[in-house]
Design a protein around this ligand. Sequence first.
Ligand SMILES: NC(=O)c1ccc[n+]([C@@H]2O[C@H](COP(=O)([O-])OP(=O)(O)OC[C@H]3O[C@@H](n4cnc5c(N)ncnc54)[C@H](OP(=O)(O)O)[C@@H]3O)[C@@H](O)[C@H]2O)c1
Length: 272
Amino acid sequence: MTDVFTGKIAVVTGGTSGIGYAVAEELLKRGATVWVIGSRQESVEKAKVSFAAYTNARFAAVDVRNNAAVEKMVQDCVQKDGRLDYLFNNAGISQKNPYEESTLDDWKEMIDINLWGVIYGINAALPVMRAQKSGHIINTSSVAALFGTPYQSLYVTTKNAVIGLTDCLYYEYLPLNIVFTAVCPGDVATPIFKGRIPEGAVPVEVAARIILDGVAQKERMVVFPEFMREVLEKCKDPVFRDMAHKQAEADTRAIFESPEYRKFKAAQKNLR
Ligand SMILES: NC(=O)c1ccc[n+]([C@@H]2O[C@H](COP(=O)([O-])OP(=O)(O)OC[C@H]3O[C@@H](n4cnc5c(N)ncnc54)[C@H](OP(=O)(O)O)[C@@H]3O)[C@@H](O)[C@H]2O)c1
């Protein structure tokens, strides 16, 4: 049986690490041509080495904060491969700190990467997909956006916006045969956690398969893991919701107060 991704052309931003890397690898295995995008030349070079066996892999360093660079990324893809079937707007950064410790520069960086990066990607891909009368844009949000997570206000603001944007466009572009999907992962074991992977985090390979199953089914929203869907369902009960949020707040505060975390923050400050 031919896989739905065989012979298709895909661009994966944030394809050099974590979820994006695993999605790119799975797409390559299934016979898609994949443009693996990272922001740093160094991470792109590393990905080139790891994916050396795949002749269907392409690489580019593109900072998604740069609209002209994102437009060029899509143009290069179409020029070389003739079309663009899937755009995964996956590149993103995270944040976990008390609201009052966040600076306006932190806000700007978060919005520029997590939201403007997605908008630039959509704007670059739409004319191509309109012309070819088909396409699929997959925007990575987070379960955190559906849960209202304490100490992640900047991150959740951008990820909520990504869900809103994707939802609107899903219905706007269905008649044009252009599909939009919002991906909302719970914890996935990736470098985004800077070595402090949460217990029970989903392995990246599993995450990639769940995401691609949802994309193949043209789902509007892909939420995983399963137990997070159960938690979200239970959160419809205000008593449960209150307890869950208080627990999340206490758990995160305990992390902030741990000597290990303080050491990490001090080292981070010294690096700046
Ligand atoms: N891991 C989780 O538990 C989890 C849960 C929910 C949602 N998510 C979302 O899933 C996406 C991927 O996360 P991940 O955990 O796989 O993170 P990751 O391992 O840290 O990878 C992040 C990727 O984004 C790229 N990137 C960062 N800034 C960029 C920029 N300005 N321009 C272009 N690329 C940039 C990085 O490339 P360089 O290294 O070259 O900069 C890297 O390839 C993010 O949107 C994240 O918010 C993750």
